[in-house]
Design a protein around this ligand. Sequence first.
Ligand SMILES: N[C@@H](CCC(=O)N[C@@H](CS)C(=O)NCC(=O)O)C(=O)O
Length: 219
Amino acid sequence: MLSGPRIVRLYDSTIPSGNAYKVHLALAHLEQSVDVIDLNILAQPSETRSEAFLDKNPNGRIPLAELSDGSFLPESNAILLYLLESTRFVPSDPVERARMLGWLFFEQYSHERFIAVLKFWTYWGGLEKKRPEEVSEWRTQGQAALNVMETHLRARPFFSGPEYGAADIALFAYTQSAADIGLDVSALAELPRWLDRVRSQPGYVPMKPDPLGCAPACT
Ligand SMILES: N[C@@H](CCC(=O)N[C@@H](CS)C(=O)NCC(=O)O)C(=O)O
């Protein structure tokens, strides 16, 4: 990690959040621990929308890191990079580092906003409340993101350069649930191998389980 204020607290949610899990997995690899505060994001309104929380993160979302200087750092991939910069989990070669950043941006723009959202509504929100066209768009775009990952993995073992690192952590968080929420991974040979490579990294910790187990969409 760079020299700078330490992360002392992580605002997480009571239900499993892949975005918060990214930070937990990075902390586990670094053998660090922080205080955790779990907020109820299923409450109406979500506890992340209270005035007190919005003062900390005007975007009203977890994960949120609290730093030792009293300031706050939102956005899972920004927290990930802050924790892992200058460690073996971020390439030092400028081009490899930029490519790794590319995968962090891909994760947020082309992957998370479809697969994470589909996962949330499948397990927790009630998919039937959403318009079928919207759900179908999440599935199409989520599947497309998995295909892009598969293509990359045919040539390289990881997304963070030659070694496992920050982009692998970010992409693993929701990709691990793709099959459970009904995305079709049967034609993707490299993706499951990469999931196993991530699970076999020293210090790997699993995400807290979805209490409902396999979602209705995959039965
Ligand atoms: N781009 C953000 C997304 C964060 C996000 O969507 N958080 C969800 C939980 S995974 C949340 O806080 N939802 C509660 C709400 O929107 O009120 C990140 O990567 O950290």
